[in-house]
Design a protein around this ligand. Structure first.
Ligand code: SF4
Ligand code: SF4
Ligand code: SF4
Length: 424
């Protein structure tokens, strides 16, 4: 699309204009858009396809529906809400992007995102492994790690009725890196948590939300909610992933799904267990003064729990690596930039644009001088690793559970895929 062309308003449409009106704050009108550009300056997708959030909004207002519906920019914007956060009028442009995604014929939406959603509906996880294989992998890995002295009682139950916590697990782990589940199991073991995985809808991801497929987003959230209640669990715990947290958090509200459990992020629990003295982490291992920074997953922080969860995240990290060894990115917490891997971008066919988007994040990381980036989100982890490779960074990228186990001195050889020989 040539966005510099003269605009012909004779065929002005109103479908998107109506949607734009719906995203204005109560009592607002479009004259309230100050065209100030605050949304543009904080948007890492600005410039891709010649578009940015302000232009996108103006095009909708001008009735350029055909142009808007044909640009792939809606799959490059990561629906991260940085623009709304910065907008003085709180105009919800990502909501408009979501609506436009939903207007694409389903079979024309990116195949990778569509396939992951379909797998999730069918099998309970985006990688498409069957329930039998999920159960097999868990038991197989458990048996292997129970051979280690002192870990004979390690647990990883599935469908344990009445367990206090029910946990999801990003399906990349059982499929491609099963040993990455073990640090989490070790932490749960040490604190004596009574927990279980569900056998259904266990995948800690939700590409149906990214596909803007409300019907299947609702189905996946509703099915998991019922499963957790049927098991009698008191708390559903989302493990380290921003988008799966938001899919559940926003899905329960959007679809008005009744449930009896509380919904928490594992990060809240890590912080609680450290405060209670159940997780005796310390920074003594970091004798070389390795520097750490953290990626605030925007789906968890800005779009769900806000700065309190970002503070918990920093509390945990500082306890594990030493306060003096933590360097924040700027901006951070609710103001942070998305890494560019979100809302299905890693599954969409626009890799070059995804990396251009991610350049903002890469620069932010490099400015901290950190040796290690902690990314409590599967999407962020994959994207930040990819950016390091693409732009020639030297940093390592790790899950938070790896750092916790490192600081407890219980990380085994097999769980060091992302951290190498650090701390040995
Ligand atoms: S930040 Fe808000 S008010 Fe400013 S240009 Fe963007 S949408 Fe308009
Ligand atoms: S949601 Fe994020 S990527 Fe999309 S327009 Fe807003 S700031 Fe840019
Ligand atoms: S990939 Fe990470 S930073 Fe980007 S939108 Fe998702 S949670 Fe936020």
């Amino acid at each position: 699309m040539d966005v510099g062309m003269a605009i012909d308003l004779s065929e002005r449409k109103t479908e998107l204009l109506d949607k734009v009106k719906a995203i204005l704050p109560e009592g607002g009108n479009l004259d309230l858009c100050l065209t100030c550009g605050c949304c543009v300056s904080g948007c890492p997708a600005s410039g891709l396809e010649g578009l940015d959030p302000r232009k996108f909004l103006r095009m909708a207002v001008l009735g350029l529906d055909d142009e808007i519906l044909s640009t792939p920019w809606v799959w490059m914007c990561t629906i991260c809400s940085r623009c709304v956060y910065a907008c003085p009028m709180k105009i919800d442009i990502p909501k408009l992007v979501y609506e436009v995604r939903a207007m694409w014929p389903r079979d024309k939406r990116p195949t990778g995102i569509r396939r992951s959603c379909d797998f999730h509906v069918k099998t309970g996880g985006a990688m498409g492994i069957s329930k039998e294989d999920w159960i097999f992998v868990i038991n197989d890995v458990l048996e292997e790690f129970r051979q280690e002295p002192g870990w004979e009682d390690l647990q990883a139950p599935i469908d344990k009725e009445g367990a206090y916590y029910c946990l999801n697990q990003n399906s990349r782990e059982p499929v491609t890196e099963p040993e990455e589940m073990v640090p989490l199991w070790r932490i749960l073991h040490i604190v004596g948590a009574d927990w279980t995985y569900p056998s259904e809808m266990w995948g800690g991801e939700n590409y149906c939300m990214f596909l803007a497929d409300d019907k299947n987003w609702e189905y996946t959230v509703r099915t998991l909610a019922k499963k957790v209640d049927d098991l009698g669990c008191k708390v559903l715990v989302n493990t380290e992933c921003g988008h799966s947290f938001h899919a559940m958090y926003a899905g329960l509200k959007k679809f008005n799904i009744p449930h009896r459990f509380e919904f928490k992020s594992i990060i809240e629990l890590y912080a609680k267990w450290i405060r209670e003295g159940k997780l005796k982490v310390n920074a003594d291992w970091n004798k070389d003064g390795l520097k750490f920074t953290v990626q605030d997953p925007c789906k968890l922080v800005r779009q769900s729990l806000g700065d309190p969860i970002a503070e918990d995240l920093r509390f945990v990290i500082k306890k594990c690596v030493g306060e003096e060894n933590f360097v924040d990115m700027y901006p951070n917490k609710s103001d942070n930039y998305c890494c560019g891997g979100g809302s299905g971008a890693l599954q969409a066919p626009y890799s070059e644009e995804r990396r251009r988007y991610g350049r903002t994040k890469f620069n932010q990381i490099m400015e901290t001088g950190a040796d290690i980036v902690i990314t409590p989100c599967e999407n962020c982890l994959s994207q930040i690793l990819d950016l390091c490779e693409k732009y020639g960074g030297k940093y390592k990228t790790v899950h938070l559970w790896t750092v916790i186990c490192l600081s407890l001195g219980i990380l085994s050889e097999k769980e060091r895929a992302y951290i190498g020989n650090i701390g040995l």
